[in-house]
Design a protein around this ligand. Structure first.
Ligand code: SF4
Length: 298
């Protein structure tokens, strides 16, 4: 009697659930800068449009803007820029000398500085004009810090951490001092710095100018991790806030991967039941959507 053979093929039926973090992707300032650049490029009447340095820390977004005609200027090198060109200022702003230089070159300034950074620049200028010593807590190589420093007058002091604060001398009793922070500075470090300075300056005004955008993305990710089997962190590999999100995902979830585009989704993720997605503050919506689409269609 002929045997009856059944060949059983493995059958995988997966019902993958994709959950987005409550807060992810573009922060208000980056979205505003990208929208400003897009609008400027769309309504441009033949003049060249430049950004002073890469507009945001995301290669995909930069390529999209480049296709629309955006040219990137290195630093504030305006030598080969024709008069009447438009120069977009990035979200983290520039010092006043740079704005002056652009205007002297007869180019048009399209100022996409984030309103939160503009507020810090204005505070630095206001207190410098009132004779205060302006102390800024921040990273000396960051564009935002260089910009604010340009408004902070001659008595400006930059400190990067608590150890720098410890090294400062005592301020005299009649000296007015104001402490500001880079918008993306660590909250814990800033707290430590302000406690140290309170012992060194009798007339100290502390202005916490740290932006909540980074913290909101981190907290939303922490809330997401326990609900999923793995997290995909989407964003530019050179974006500091995205790298930090990846650290948090690695600490709080069994599977964590840092990807720039949907092409980089690791194969094992297609076998997971629940995948969480977060994205850095400079990751375009279209990239997040393409990651979701790839996961749910495969
Ligand atoms: S992180 Fe905050 S300060 Fe920086 S661009 Fe975004 S919204 Fe503005």
């Amino acid at each position: 009697m002929p045997g009856l053979f059944f060949i059983l093929f493995p059958l995988y039926i997966t019902f993958m659930e994709v959950i987005l973090a409550d807060v992810l992707g573009y922060c208000f300032g980056v979205r505003r800068a990208v929208d400003t650049a897009t609008l400027t490029l769309e309504n441009n009447n033949g003049n060249k449009v430049y950004s002073l340095g890469p507009l945001i820390h995301n290669q995909v977004a930069l390529e999209m803007l480049s296709e629309k005609g955006l040219c990137v200027l290195k630093d504030d090198n305006l030598e080969n820029v024709k008069a009447e060109s438009k120069i977009i200022i990035r979200a983290h702003g520039v010092p006043p000398e740079t704005l002056k230089k652009i205007e002297e070159n007869k180019c048009e300034v399209i100022n996409a500085t984030c309103p939160k950074v503009l507020a810090s620049q204005k505070s630095a200028a206001k207190y410098a004009a009132m004779g205060y010593t302006v102390i800024l807590a921040g990273d000396r190589n960051h564009g935002e810090v260089v910009g604010i420093a340009g408004y902070a007058g001659k008595k400006f002091i930059l400190i990067e951490n608590c150890s720098d604060a410890e090294k400062l001398p005592l301020f005299s009793a009649d000296e007015n001092v104001v402490l500001l922070s880079q918008t993306t500075f660590s909250r814990e470090e800033f707290k430590g710095i302000s406690e140290i300075l309170q012992k060194k300056a009798q007339n100290l005004k502390v202005m916490d100018t740290i932006c909540s955008a980074t913290r909101e993305r981190q907290e939303a990710l922490e809330a997401l991790c326990p609900k999923v089997d793995g997290v995909l962190v989407v964003g530019g590999k050179n974006s500091a806030n995205t790298k930090r999100l990846f650290q948090i995902a690695k600490t709080n979830c069994k599977h964590a991967a840092f990807i720039e585009t949907a092409d980089e989704i690791p194969e094992e993720y297609y076998l997971l039941d629940k995948i969480g997605i977060t994205a850095g503050a400079s990751t375009p919506d279209s990239v997040i959507q393409s990651v979701v689409a790839r996961l749910t269609k495969k």
